[in-house]
Design a protein around this ligand. Structure first.
Ligand SMILES: Cc1cc2nc3c(=O)[nH]c(=O)nc-3n(C[C@H](O)[C@H](O)[C@H](O)COP(=O)(O)O)c2cc1C
Length: 226
């Protein structure tokens, strides 16, 4: 399964079977986490067979069932941390999908799990990603249209194909409460300006959507405007 197929196949999965993640897949995930920690300057940690953290009685958001494994998205607190967490966390989510695993980003979790984590004094736990074998593979979310998330263009048929492919890929991305507040604009000098919009978690959503955009558009076809 390539990354485009993984984007199509991925949906939030909120109930998991008891099947453990096999040792070889844990190793592959750990290698991928080591890579993104280095590249993204993060302190992401994988917890397997640790059901206590997702004890349904202690979860604020109660609809996630039987989570035994999760990835804690942690990094040094700072202005760009949330976008980086989204961008690199989604790399893990799509990598997991390629390994036949299911995931769900979870922003509302209970503090008890903090005790299990190896935190540096300046670290912040931004959120976690539940991971494992789902009881099903989830369902596609309802989505905004491409035109609803494209800014600065009255006729989207005039936009280059790679840009539309990027937008369509971003619309497959998970966002908190499926809010899809992000937008994209093709600037006069041919770069892409991405905006998070204003909402809770919208910077994390933007990082996720930018990773999807790069896969859809082809990273070689454009540059991000800063
Ligand atoms: C930043 C973020 C936080 C999320 N937090 C939660 C959560 O606390 N509980 C939950 O059930 N789903 C959570 N989700 C999952 C979204 O509800 C889900 O991604 C969205 O409805 C789109 O559905 P999809 O992932 O199947 O495409 C979160 C997603 C993101 C990106």
């Amino acid at each position: 399964m390539d990354l485009k197929e993984a984007m199509e196949a991925r949906h939030a999965v909120r109930e998991y079977t008891d099947a453990p993640i096999e040792d070889e897949k844990v190793k592959l995930l750990q290698d991928e986490i080591d890579r993104i920690n280095k590249e993204g300057d993060l302190n992401v940690q994988l917890f397997t067979d640790e059901p206590a953290a997702f004890d349904p009685e202690t979860l604020i958001y109660g609809k996630i069932k039987n989570v035994k494994n999760y990835i804690a998205m942690i990094g040094k607190n700072g202005d760009d941390l949330e976008e980086r967490v989204g961008y690199y966390g989604e790399q893990l989510v799509l990598f997991a999908q390629q390994q036949g695993l299911n995931t769900c980003w979870v922003g509302t979790t209970y503090k008890k799990m903090h005790k299990l984590m190896n935190l540096r004094e300046y670290d912040r736990i931004v959120l976690v990603i539940a991971i494992g074998y789902g009881t099903d593979s989830g369902v596609p979310h309802t989505s905004k249209s491409p035109a609803a998330v494209i800014r600065g263009c009255t006729d989207i048929s005039e936009l280059p194909e790679w840009f539309i492919n990027g937008v369509n890929a971003a619309l497959l991305a998970p966002t908190a409460v499926n809010q899809q507040r992000f937008s994209f604009r093709l600037t006069e000098d041919g770069k892409v300006l991405a905006d998070p919009g204003r909402a809770f978690f919208s910077k994390i959503d933007l990082g996720i959507a930018k990773y999807h955009f790069e896969i859809g558009a082809g990273k070689e076809n454009f540059e991000w405007a800063s």
